[in-house]
Ligand binder design. Sequence first.
Ligand SMILES: *[C@@H]1O[C@H](CO)[C@@H](O)[C@H](O)[C@H]1NC(C)=O
Ligand SMILES: *[C@@H]1O[C@H](CO)[C@@H](O)[C@H](O)[C@H]1NC(C)=O
Ligand SMILES: *[C@@H]1O[C@H](CO)[C@@H](O)[C@H](O)[C@H]1NC(C)=O
Ligand SMILES: *[C@@H]1O[C@H](CO)[C@@H](O)[C@H](O)[C@H]1NC(C)=O
Length: 800
Amino acid sequence: MGLSRQYLRYVPAALFGLLGSAGGNAAMVALGGERGRGVAVAACEHVFVWDLRKGEKVLILKGLKQEARYLCPSPDGLHLAVGYEDGSIRIFSLLNGEANVTFNGHKAAVTAMQYDQLGGRLVSGSKDTDVIVWDVINESGLYRLKGHKDAVTQVLFLKEKNLLVTSGKDTLVKWWDLDTQHCFKTLVGHRTEVWGMALISEEKRLITGTADSELRVWDISYIQEEVKDPDEPESKKSKGSSPVAEKDTEEDETLELDESPEERLLKCSKVGSIMREGRDRVVTLATDRTGKILACHGTDSVLEVFSILSQEEVQKKLEKKMKKAKKKAKKKSEEEEPEGDVELSLQEEIQRVTNIKASAKIKSFDMILSPKGELKVVLLLQNNIIESYLLNLSAQVPQAVRASKISIGGHRSDVRTLAFSSDNIAILSASAESVKIWNRSTLQCIRTMDCEYALCSFFVPGDRQVIVGTKTGKLQLYDLASGSLMETINAHDGAVWSIALSPDQRGFVTGGADKCVKFWEFELVKDESSVQKRLSMKQVRILQLDEDVLCVRYSPNQKLLAVSLLDCTVKIFYTDTLKFFLSLYGHKLPVLCMDISYDGTLIATGSADRNVKIWGLDFGDCHRSLFAHDDSVMYLQFVAKSHLFFTAGKDGKIKQWDADKFEHIQTLEGHHQEVWCLALSPNGDYVVSASHDKSLRLWERTREPLVLEEEREMQREAEYEESVAKEDQPVVAGETQGETGLAGKKTIETIKAVRLRGSASNASCLIDLPKNRGVTGAGHEFKEEKSVLLCNCSNSGADL
Ligand SMILES: *[C@@H]1O[C@H](CO)[C@@H](O)[C@H](O)[C@H]1NC(C)=O
Ligand SMILES: *[C@@H]1O[C@H](CO)[C@@H](O)[C@H](O)[C@H]1NC(C)=O
Ligand SMILES: *[C@@H]1O[C@H](CO)[C@@H](O)[C@H](O)[C@H]1NC(C)=O
Ligand SMILES: *[C@@H]1O[C@H](CO)[C@@H](O)[C@H](O)[C@H]1NC(C)=O
């Protein structure tokens, strides 16, 4: 005593099990000079680039803490702009995976980005409602455009003009003149959120997708300022040319607000709509890079593909129609001159090609059209799958063929149980649909086996088989060499919440929602069909209780069995007689996890009440109660041959504790959502954890000593930094006097300062916002996210 104990630091070693996060988009990139061979997807804080042909991860663009939200490749294909949850943007080189440009200007998640045609400027839209135009060459901010009242959903530069068009959840589409940084026009015709938007037909048309099945098509006619003659028709399709006539024929749907009518640059009026088959909201709407193909999808698994006639093709079609009409007219009567009112319907101009049905709900897509007329589509699915399809557009009836699917390296649903093999080299993870075995050193998935909804698991001694306990009350036994399910036993009338190998390794114990603890022994049986005996298990004893059993653990000498019950107590029984020994009272909510130290002196319990309690196993006295996590403690395990233990929390954190000194040693931060479970390697060198963010993370023990005082100091600094970052809102162009202002969050790491130009009157739209909306906005978003989390949990809710 007196001497401070030496702790060793655990550090992140790898993120695996995640192919692509559903919180981000997919973007096709070139690989080895081949266009569209790679796809970049967000993967928690990182971005992964997958080779679609080989199904291999070829590049990791390493992030910091924040989740990647939006990806946008540069026009030359050499860079990828990545927007993050905190509003920062980093530009990575796709050649070496390094980022040396960081833009800090947004206060909330980046939701949309686009490069201009030459790649010199980047525009970003955010949940904070702002749009910012960045100078990529000079690595600085150009201007902040304020006007949207809700998250920005799409931002598009025009190629020919120095204009920008943006859409938002506030139902608005806004046109910005980048010469003056003015919003000169707002389309208010949408009754619901505008979720997607694309410029088509050589920027003569705008198409928008909202919460309904209608894709609204808007005609854009550019007004030449030199042209004084108001009678000059701008376009065939616009019906009236004088503003008065136009207003009269307009329904209120196509109302446009001209904020400064004297300098209108264009007219934008609704000309019709294309109906989607999807009935839900549009999630993504986009064209390919040539603008010939338009595609969109909703919250289901169908991508609807349309082809768009070019102006030239429209002209040709019109001429053909005109000829036909003339012929018809001639037949009818020789005298009558056919009128020039031949029109091409929108449906003829924007033709439905086909639907691509993916294997699960689509989250995002990207596509590329080859000069030969073959469309390559890549889909990021909601359930951790990436699929690509080929569509031959020259075929009579174009039909999509699936070209590749990347899915083996991850689960379709949340991993609810993890286990380490006794030799520390294999890891088991199991979810609602499969059990996977991973090679710890390569993190390759070496086996995938179908299972029922798994809740608990372990490697059978010898590491040749694994057993999984399921939500449906079954025990499933798998043989790893053959990768096959050997046996399924109905073990409990209700979920098998917990399983524990007996220290003598001859059997195991299970606890279930049917208020039973069951004791099992391994046995060798001979199937009729085979000569060789195989492993099986038989139930030998049962312990009936008054409450659901949530967790079971043996003491290392196997004399005692600890059983956690739904009534918030933990009861200890003698294993041999099943007589009651003692009860651990104190938790206010049920104990979800517990473990007994190697020497059998301590039992640590983790509860839904967010506390961890450390008890003596001799008398059941509580040594200490520690406030452990900001949400339920989901898993707890001692490090072998020590009184140190790890806990995993629904707050997304993993913490290490000292059960003798009641000290919090370190926090392993990385997961973005609830951590469901963890497993320690038997030698204590590795921790593996699984989260609702779909990632599995491996943590490694280093030789680096950890000094508690220094750790605390670092923690305080990090907290301070976070609070500073929260208070210190990026300076908005125009809020500062003068021409230049620094924009960007203060961080202790030095990040390239970003200069913003522009003045207040220029940079803001006429529709202004209350002064303090930034603050309330942020609070609202936080609540929104929270409720999403709650929904997600109840969906995947195997927890209580
Ligand atoms: C990063 O900086 C180096 C030199 O400082 C430069 O050569 C390189 O092109 C930059 N990379 C990117 C992605 O901008
Ligand atoms: C970058 O800065 C230089 C000099 O300050 C300026 O001449 C140039 O136009 C800027 N580039 C862009 C893309 O704005
Ligand atoms: C596409 O379809 C056309 C017409 O059926 C056919 O000639 C062509 O070979 C097809 N291309 C590919 C790549 O399959
Ligand atoms: C894991 O990969 C390493 C390196 O390729 C290999 O030596 C080892 O045998 C593999 N282990 C298992 C369990 O597959």
